[in-house]
Design a binder for this molecule. Structure first.
Ligand SMILES: Nc1ncnc2c1ncn2[C@@H]1O[C@H](COP(=O)(O)OP(=O)(O)OP(=O)(O)O)[C@@H](O)[C@H]1O
Ligand SMILES: O=P(O)(O)OC[C@H]1O[C@H](OP(=O)(O)OP(=O)(O)O)[C@H](O)[C@@H]1O
Ligand SMILES: O=C(O)c1cccnc1
Length: 488
C-alpha cells in the first residue's frame, strides 16, 4: 500500500498550524514554557441531559506512541521550509505532559473540563487535533448509544453500523463507544476481536436472493448453522417469510436453535404483532422478533408506544453516524501559561457570545453528591487549589444567570479529572471494557430521573466556584480595559 509508510506514526495526525505554532515557540524560546490546556464542549449532544465520556483508551495509546518517525521528518523536510534544527527538535520529541481526564463511562456535562493537558507548550499544542478528534467522536457515539439504551429498557441491542460508518476507524471505535453506552453486541468481527465485545448477527437478503426462495434459503442456513435467526422480509413477511421459517424450524426440530426472525422493512408495529401471533400459534413462543431499518431512539420509543412485539433491536446508521448531530463540538483552550518571570498567568478567550468566553485557570471538576440520597446535585468547577470537601456548606450558582443558586449541605465532592500521565509517564491503570461499561450503567442509574429523560431534560447544574467566577470576571475586566487603552 503506497499511502502507508512502514514507520507510519500518528505524530502528523495534527493540523499544520500546530506544527507552525510549535516552530514559533521553539524559535523564540517558548516551546518549553509550562502551559495548561483544557478540553470541554459547549452544548449537550442531542440536547441530552448528560454525555457519556469515551475515548481515553485510544488517547492513552496515542500519547504512548507519540513520536515523529523517519518518514515523518523526511516528509516535513521535503514539503516545508522548516530548518534542520527544528526537524531535529521534532525527531527528538518525547511527550512530557501531564494529562488529567475524566475516566471512560463517566457522565460529563457542557462547560466543564473533561481532559486537561499540562506541560511544555509545544507538546500541548501538538496534541490538540488528535485529542479532539478522538474525544469528539467517541463521546458523541457513547452518548447516542446511551440514549438508545434508555428507551429499549432491558431489551438486547445489536450494533449494525459498520457499513454506514464514516470509514473504518469510525466503525471500530464507534462500536467500542456504543458498547460503553449500553449496546450488547456488534456485527463487526474485528471490533469484537479487538475489544472482546460479543459478536452477533443474522443473515442478509442476499442469502434469500441466492436461493430465490425463503424456504430454500432458510433450509440452507439451517443445514450449516445451529443458531438460526431468519430474515423474513425479502418477498413477503407474513405470507412467505415467517411461514418458511416455521416450516424449517418444524422440519429440523432440535437440530437447530430457532432463535427467531428479523424484520427489516414495512410497518414494524403492525407486522411484528402479526409475526408474534404466527410464531406463537406455531408453538414458538420463545422465538424472538428482531427488528432493524434506520432505527434510533425516536423510532424505537414510538414502536414501543405502539406496542410493537419486538424483542431485539439492530441499530446501525443512525447510531454510528450520530445522524442527528454530527459532532460534539468539543474545543481545547489554553487556560494558563508560564510568563517571563516563570509564574503561571491565567488566560482567557473573549467573545461577544457569553457561552464562548473561556474560563481562565487550571481547574478541577467536582461531582457534588448528597450523602443521604447518593444522587448528584451538580458539578462544581474550581480553580485547581480549591477543595470543596473542606467546606461545611457549598454555595452553587449558575455561572451566567447567577440568580439561579442553591446552598448544599451534607455533601461529598468527587474529583472528575484523574491523573492519566504525569510528565509523560502513564500512571493510570485502565479498567477492562466490561468495567467501563458497568461504570457507565451505574452512573446512569444514579442520576436523577429528570436529567435522564429523552426529551427536554432538566439542565444539569455545572457551576463555577466563587473564586473561579471572581477570577474570570477580574481577567475579563483587565483584558477589556487593556484593549480600550490600546484603542485610544
Ligand atoms: N410502526 C412504525 N412507526 C414508526 N416508524 C416506523 C414504523 N415502522 C417502521 N418505521 C420506521 O419508518 C422508516 C421506514 O423507512 P422506509 O420507508 O425506508 O422503510 P421500508 O420502505 O419499509 O423499507 P425498505 O425501504 O428498507 O425496504 C424506518 O426508519 C423504520 O424504522
Ligand atoms: O438500518 P440500519 O440501522 O443502518 O441497520 C443496518 C442495516 O444494514 C442492513 O441493510 P442493508 O445494508 O442491506 O440495506 P437496506 O436494508 O437499508 O437496503 C440491515 O438489513 C439493516 O437494515
Ligand atoms: O447481522 C445482521 O443482521 C446485520 C449485520 C449488519 C447489518 N445489518 C444486519
Amino acid at each position: 500500500m503506497s499511502y502507508l509508510r512502514p514507520d507510519d506514526s500518528l505524530a502528523l495526525h495534527t493540523d499544520l498550524y500546530q506544527l507552525n505554532m510549535m516552530k514559533t515557540y521553539w524559535e523564540l524560546g517558548r516551546a518549553d514554557r509550562n502551559a495548561v490546556f483544557e478540553c470541554y464542549f459547549r452544548n449537550m449532544p442531542f440536547k441530552n441531559g448528560y454525555a457519556v465520556f469515551a475515548g481515553l483508551e485510544r488517547l492513552i495509546d496515542y500519547f504512548q506512541q507519540l513520536k515523529f518517525s523517519e518518514t515523518d521528518i523526511d516528509y516535513l523536510r521535503e514539503t516545508t521550509n522548516y530548518p534542520e534544527e527544528f526537524l531535529t527538535y521534532l525527531k527528538n520529541f518525547k511527550f512530557a505532559c501531564t494529562v488529567r481526564s475524566a475516566v471512560e463511562g463517566e457522565l460529563v456535562y457542557n462547560h466543564e473540563p473533561i481532559v486537561q493537558v499540562e506541560g511544555p507548550l509545544a507538546h500541548c499544542q501538538l496534541v490538540e487535533t488528535a485529542l479532539l478528534n478522538v474525544v469528539n467522536y467517541q463521546t458523541l457515539i457513547a452518548t447516542k448509544a446511551a440514549r438508545i439504551r434508555s428507551v429499549v429498557g432491558e431489551d438486547l441491542i445489536m450494533e449494525f453500523g459498520s457499513r454506514r460508518a464514516q470509514e473504518m476507524d469510525a466503525a471500530i471505535w464507534g462500536t467500542r463507544a456504543a458498547y460503553i453506552g449500553g449496546f450488547d453486541s456488534t456485527s463487526n468481527v474485528r471490533a469484537a476481536k479487538m475489544f472482546g465485545i460479543p459478536a452477533s448477527g443474522t443473515h442478509a437478503h442476499s442469502l434469500v436472493q441466492v436461493y430465490q426462495n425463503d424456504y430454500e434459503a432458510f433450509k440452507a442456513y439451517a443445514a450449516t448453522h445451529k443458531d438460526c435467526v431468519f430474515l423474513v422480509d425479502t418477498y413477503d413477511t407474513l405470507k412467505s417469510g415467517v411461514p418458511s421459517a416455521i416450516r424449517v424450524a418444524n422440519e429440523l426440530g432440535n437440530q437447530i436453535n430457532f432463535l427467531g426472525v428479523r424484520i427489516d422493512s414495512g410497518d414494524m408495529a403492525y407486522i411484528s404483532k402479526k409475526v408474534r401471533k404466527q410464531l406463537d400459534e406455531a408453538g414458538y413462543p420463545d422465538a424472538k422478533i428482531y427488528a432493524s431499518n434506520d432505527l434510533d431512539e425516536g423510532t424505537i420509543l414510538n414502536l414501543k408506544m405502539q406496542r410493537a412485539k419486538i424483542d431485539v433491536w439492530g441499530v446501525g446508521t443512525k447510531l454510528i453516524t450520530a445522524y442527528d448531530q454530527p459532532t460534539l463540538g468539543a474545543v481545547y483552550k489554553l487556560v494558563s501559561i508560564e510568563n517571563d518571570e516563570g509564574k503561571m498567568a491565567d488566560t482567557i478567550k473573549l467573545s461577544n457570545n457569553a457561552e464562548k468566553v473561556s474560563t481562565p485557570g487550571k481547574k478541577q471538576v467536582w461531582r457534588i453528591t448528597q450523602k443521604d440520597t447518593q444522587k448528584s446535585e451538580g458539578d462544581y468547577v474550581t480553580l485547581w487549589h480549591e477543595n470543596p470537601n473542606e467546606l461545611e456548606e457549598l454555595y452553587m450558582f449558575h455561572p451566567v444567570y447567577t440568580y439561579i443558586n442553591k446552598t448544599v449541605h451534607n455533601f461529598e465532592a468527587r474529583p472528575i479529572l484523574q491523573d492519566i500521565f504525569v510528565k509523560g509517564e502513564l500512571v493510570y491503570q485502565s479498567p477492562s471494557l466490561q468495567e467501563i461499561k458497568q461504570l457507565a450503567k451505574e452512573n446512569h442509574d444514579n442520576l436523577w430521573e429528570e436529567y435522564k429523560r429523552d426529551l427536554n431534560p432538566q439542565l444539569y447544574p455545572v457551576d463555577l466556584s466563587q473564586e473561579a467566577y471572581d477570577h474570570k470576571m477580574r481577567i475579563i475586566d483587565r483584558v477589556r480595559s487593556e484593549v480600550r487603552r490600546k484603542d485610544k
